[in-house]
Every structure is written in structure tokens, then in C-alpha cells.
Design a protein around this ligand. Structure first.
Ligand code: NAD
Length: 550
């Protein structure tokens, strides 16, 4: 049966208020074919990251949002609406919990069983919390990561370097553009030609080929000319990386964004076509996981060999090192994760992936917001450079949106400014403000966001719970708590936050609170772990941390 959901735009609403309408529109937006990777299966991104459990639940959520009063709250359990309660106007309209399992049962095997029975769904991060905005959502973070890598290793630019990676999916697709934005050459191995087509059509990727020789020649030429270029190479990374090593071809940077976090659905074993993989996944999932894990181990061995030969190698948050370790690669963790290496200093200041979407569907609203950011933060050079590039290179997917990494203080300032712009009519309809779960105070994920914490608190999950609780108390519009996002079952706990700027006084109060508590938690979490940068930020901003050490 054909089934198509498209982003809803315009000024007319079908719900009883803009806040409920915002949740409805962002749910639709997550499933727009321009945005979602496999909308017919409700899959938004990240392997099997879904927006609703099944079509029936999707319809029920939509129906409930249409009827929801402005002093009621809908509860969503792993993509299914399960209750509506009277709360109050400043409370969230929706509270969501996705894929949360009791720790002893928190593995893929148990989850897949429940998923099959229709009792659960995998929410990934922004898929199940209705604030995915397409690949742009990750472009700036990826750009920031490669910019920091260039600062640390190549004097501030990737010019004249080749980055080898794999996976051009929902988020991985941002890698090619982020590398060329940093003036480098990206060689991206992707097993599914349709993913390559999608990145070419949205201009995230420059060119594609199925010939390794041709790809290497193009990469080499561009490197010598100092010309940015991104190449999509159709192939399986577990095989291609070893081929490149055999030829002794010099690669400068190596990383990976296949969906290694989900061995059953996210990684194609070597030697398998897509349809053969699909068949085996259905007929013998155990065998599939075993073959995929062995291929991932081989893939990681290649990454380790590149590191030995002098490449800068890092894990890009997909848990591939863990799978390799579990499959016998004892030194899989010899290369570091991207958070401790490039991102944590930003987290210490509450800086993270602030994002917003224009519910009108009118790109002019985003350009007006861009102008506002330029006016409010003229000294933030990185942000100014990002806005120049984003306006030129980012094609909107679904509802027009913008991502901008902002810190404590900046987020509240921008949120309140957006609310004023909605109130004055400078922006034509309300704006939804949210963020990725990958943020400074919202995740516990020992192989990613909280890898190698200074005080060893990598696996402490309390922080993510507190983040969801304080943002609920502060009056976010929809708040979510998830398990397993990014790195898979058993490896992470994390919270999402969305708040709507509808131009009202009520929204003004809630925005001011939530956009302060949320990044404030990031500073508190890192100050507690002993990071001096976070301690300094807490003092500068006057964040009250009772036992703050000097
Ligand atoms: P996705 O499932 O949309 O894409 C994964 C891609 O990998 C697919 O296109 C698939 O065809 C390809 N692939 C699978 N096996 C392959 C193989 N053997 N060789 C080559 N290509 C192969 O997932 P996504 O949303 O792009 O996320 C990718 C991974 O990155 C996930 O594990 C995700 O959790 C992680 N991630 C990273 C960040 C970050 O900031 N770096 C943030 C969030 C998530």
C-alpha cells in the first residue's frame, strides 16, 4: 500500500494551538521523503531510527495531537500514544520515552524480540523525538569536528589532504560536504548506490564512481591541486579499505559512519549484495550479525593499519570499535573517539547543536533568523563563516531549518529573539527550537559523548535523566528520554528537548527557562567531572553549583 507523508506548511492550523500543531508538523517533517531515509517504514535515519511505532500508532498520534488541549499532555511510549492527562499550560504537550529497557535486558537481542512483537521501537536520537531536520542537522557538527581536526593537525585547513570514510546515510552524508567545506578531499565508500544518488542530488557530494582506480586518481589529482572534492565510491568498506592499503595509497584522515551501532540492520557484510543481505537478515538474523561483526572487525583492522602508517584515525560515534573488540580485535580502541578529541571543549561551555525549523515552510523565515544571528553574535567568527557557507550550500529538506552551534547564554538570547520576531510578524509563523541529543548535558554514552571523562564517570546515566526532568520542569514543548541512540542498545541513555516560539508571553517565559537549564546542565555535568573550562564557565555565567570546587 502506498503511503506518503509530506511536511505540512502554511499558516492554517488543524490543531487547537500552535504548540500541538508544531509537534504534528515536526512528526510529518521527520517522515517527509526529502527528510527521511525510508519513510514507508517510518524510518527516519540511523539504521532503524523511527518516528512512530507503526502506521496505526502514527495515525493515533496525529489524531490525538489534533484533539489535544493546550493544558493537556500526551504520553508516547516507544512510538505509540498511551495516555493523555490534564497538566497545565506551561507543561510539555508531549512526553516521549523510546527504547528504554531495564539494564540487564538492554541488548539488541531482547530489543529485536520486543520490536518484532510490536511492543517497542528504536527511536535513535531525533527520529523518535521529532526534531530531525535532514542531513543539515549534522553538517555543522561534522564541519566543526573536521575544522578542529584541521586546527590540531594541518594548520587550520584540510587543503591538500584526503579523508577516507564510509557510510553516506542520513548523517554520514554530511561528511563529504563537511570535508570540502574545510577545503579537503573526501573519499566516501558507500555500499548502497541509492544513498550516493541522494547525496549527489542534494549537493552534499560532488561526484561518484564504482571504480576504485578512478576514485583514487580523482582524489590524488584534487589533493595535488589543493582543490576540494568529494567522491562517492560504490563498494563495501570492509573490502575497499584493505584494497587501498594493498596499493600503498596515502590517506591522511580515516573515520567511518556506517550504521555499525546496529549489526543486524546497519552494516552490510562483505561479499553481500543489498538484496542478499536483506534475505539473510530475514532468514537467519544470528548468522547475519555474526558475518556483519566479522566484516566490521576487518574494517577496524584496516583503520588501525592506516593509523600505523601515519593517518589521523578517529571513531565517529557509531560504536564500530566495540563491535570489533567483541569480535576479537583486542586493540580496537587504539584510535580515539571524536568527542574527547575534538568536541568536549565545546561541551564544557554548554556549546552544542542548537537548531530551529520554520513551521510556515517559508525559507524567508530562516533567512530572517540568519540575519538576526549575524546581528546578535557578530564576534563569533566560526558561526559567521558557517552561516555564509550554509546559506550558499545547504539545500533545505522538508521544513526550512537552520543549525547553529551556540553556547550557554547565546541559546536563550537567540530563542527569545526568535519569539519576538514571531510576535512582530518579522517571521511569518511560529518556530520550533530544539537540538540533537548529542549535546553537552543530555547524554551518557561511554563510547561516544562521555568517553574518557576526566573523573571516570563515563557510564553514569543520572545526568541524562536529570536533563529530561529539568527541561520538563522548565516547560519544554516536548521532552524525550531514549536508550541506545547513536551507539546501540546497552551503550547510551539520552534526552531530547524541543520548545516552540509562538510569539506569546507564555512561550517567552518557557524559552528563557529551557534554553538556560538545558545548556546549563552541560556546564554543570562537565564542571562536576573536573574540567576547568566548565568550572570557569559556571563561574562566569553565575550557574549555582553547590559543591563547585575551585
Ligand atoms: P544510516 O543508516 O542512514 O546510514 C548508514 C550507511 O552506511 C548506509 O547508507 C549504508 O548503506 C552504509 N553501509 C552499511 N554497511 C556498509 C559497508 N559495509 N560499507 C559501506 N557502506 C555501508 O545512518 P546515519 O544516520 O548516517 O548514521 C551513521 C552512523 O553514525 C550511526 O551509527 C550513527 O549513530 C552515527 N552517528 C554519528 C554522529 C556524529 O556526530 N558523528 C551523530 C550521530 C550518529
Amino acid at each position: 500500500m502506498s503511503w506518503k507523508i509530506t511536511a505540512k506548511k502554511g499558516l492554517e492550523i488543524e490543531c487547537k494551538g500552535w504548540e500541538q500543531e508544531a509537534a504534528l508538523r515536526m512528526l510529518y517533517n521527520n517522515l517527509d521523503p526529502e527528510v527521511a531515509e525510508r519513510p514507508e517504514d517510518l524510518v527516519v535515519y540511523g539504521g532503524i531510527g523511527k518516528a512512530a511505532r507503526n502506521r496505526e500508532s502514527f495515525e493515533a498520534i496525529v489524531e490525538t495531537l489534533r484533539e489535544l488541549e493546550k493544558d493537556e499532555t500526551m504520553l508516547v511510549q516507544s512510538g505509540k500514544p498511551v495516555a493523555v492527562f490534564k497538566t497545565h499550560e506551561a507543561a510539555p504537550r508531549v512526553l516521549l520515552s523510546n527504547s528504554v529497557l531495564v539494564p540487564k535486558w538492554a541488548d539488541w537481542e531482547h530489543f529485536n524480540e520486543l520490536d518484532k512483537k510490536g511492543l517497542m521501537m528504536y527511536g535513535q536520537m531525533t527520529a523518535g523525538s521529532w526534531i530531525y531536520i535532514g542531513s543539515q542537522g549534522i553538517v555543522q557538527g561534522t564541519y566543526e569536528t573536521f575544522a578542529e581536526l584541521a586546527n590540531q593537525n594541518y594548520g587550520g585547513s584540510l587543503k591538500g589532504t584526503i579523508t577516507l570514510t564510509a557510510g553516506l546515510g542520513g548523517m554520514g552524508g554530511a561528511q563529504s560536504l563537511a570535508v570540502t567545506m574545510n577545503e579537503g578531499v573526501a573519499l566516501c565508500v558507500e555500499v548502497d548506490p541509492s544513498r550516493i544518488e541522494k547525496r549527489l542530488s542534494t549537493k552534499y557530494l560532488d561526484i561518484s564512481t564504482d571504480s576504485l582506480d578512478e576514485a583514487l586518481k580523482m582524489a590524488e589529482d584534487a589533493k595535488h591541486e589543493g582543490r576540494p572534492l568529494s567522491i562517492g565510491l560504490i563498494g563495501n568498506a570492509a573490502e575497499v579499505h584493505h584494497e587501498i592499503l594493498k596499493r600503498g595509497f596515502k590517506i591522511d584522515v580515516v573515520t567511518d559512519q556506517t550504521s555499525a551501532h546496529d549489526p543486524l540492520n546497519g552494516y552490510i557484510p562483505e561479499g553481500f549484495s543489498l538484496s542478499e543481505a536483506e534475505e539473510l537478515r530475514e532468514s537467519n538474523p544470528k548468522e547475519y550479525v555474526s558475518l556483519a561483526s566479522r566484516s566490521m572487525a576487518k574494517h577496524v583492522e584496516a583503520m588501525l593499519e592506516f593509523q600505523k602508517r601515519g593517518s589521523v584515525v578517529f571513531d565517529y560515534g557509531n560504536n564500530i570499535r566495540q563491535v570489533a573488540l567483541d569480535t576479537g580485535v583486542h586493540n580496537a580502541f587504539d584510535f580515539p573517539g571524536f568527542v574527547p578529541t575534538y568536541i568536549r571543549p565545546l561541551f564544557c561551555e554548554g556549546k552544542g547543536p542548537f537548531r530551529f525549523a520554520a513551521l510556515s515552510g517559508d525559507p524567508k523565515d530562516i533567512y530572517a533568523a540568519d540575519r538576526k544571528m549575524r546581528e546578535l553574535f557578530p564576534d563569533n567568527e566560526k558561526l559567521m563563516r558557517w552561516l555564509d557557507m550554509a546559506e550558499e550550500k545547504i539545500a533545505f529538506q522538508g521544513l526550512p531549518s537552520r543549525i547553529a552551534w551556540l553556547g550557554y547564554g547565546e541559546r536563550a538570547k537567540m530563542g527569545l529573539a526568535l519569539n519576538e520576531m514571531v510576535a512582530s510578524g518579522e517571521i511569518s509563523a511560529p518556530v520550533v527550537i530544539g537540538r540533537d541529543h548529542l549535546d553537552s548535558g543530555s547524554v551518557a554514552s561511554p563510547n561516544r559523548e562521555t568517553e574518557s571523562m576526566k573523573d571516570g564517570s563515563d557510564a553514569v546515566g543520572d545526568w541524562a535523566v536529570l536533563n529530561a526532568l529539568i527541561n520538563t520542569a522548565a516547560g519544554g514543548s516536548w521532552i524525550s528520554f531514549h536508550h541506545g541512540g547513536g551507539v546501540g542498545m546497552g551503550y547510551s541513555l539520552h534526552a531530547g528537548m524541543v520548545v516552540v516560539a509562538d510569539g506569546t508571553k507564555n512561550a517567552e517565559k518557557r524559552l528563557g527557562r529551557v534554553l538556560t537549564t538545558d545548556p546549563g546542565m552541560g556546564i554543570a555535568r562537565h564542571a562536576d567531572a573536573g574540567y576547568s573550562k566548565a568550572v570557569k564557565a559556571a563561574k562566569t555565567h553565575g550557574i549555582h553549583i553547590p559543591m563547585l570546587k575551585e
